[in-house]
Structure formats: structure tokens, C-alpha cells
Write a new protein. Structure first.
Length: 42
């Protein structure tokens, strides 16, 4: 059994998790910015 595949899978999962986390933060910032614009408009 080759252990390198397991390491690659773990790295891939880590990268995917970071990508999802970054995406969530970006969306949250965008929503907050839209919300702030709404408050300024009214």
C-alpha cells in the first residue's frame, strides 16, 4: 500500500477547507458591505 495517496488526499482536503473558508469570509464581507450601503441609503 502506498502512503503518498493518503497524504495527497489530506493535503487536498486541507486546501479545499481553506478555499471554502476563504469563500465564506468573502461572501460575509460582501453581504456586510451591501448591508452598510443599505443603511447609508436610508
Amino acid at each position: 500500500m502506498f502512503g503518498g495517496d493518503a497524504d495527497m488526499a489530506r493535503i487536498a482536503m486541507g486546501v479545499l477547507a481553506l478555499l471554502i473558508l476563504w469563500l465564506v469570509i468573502e461572501i460575509a464581507r460582501a453581504v456586510k458591505r451591501i448591508g452598510d450601503d443599505e443603511h447609508h441609503r436610508h
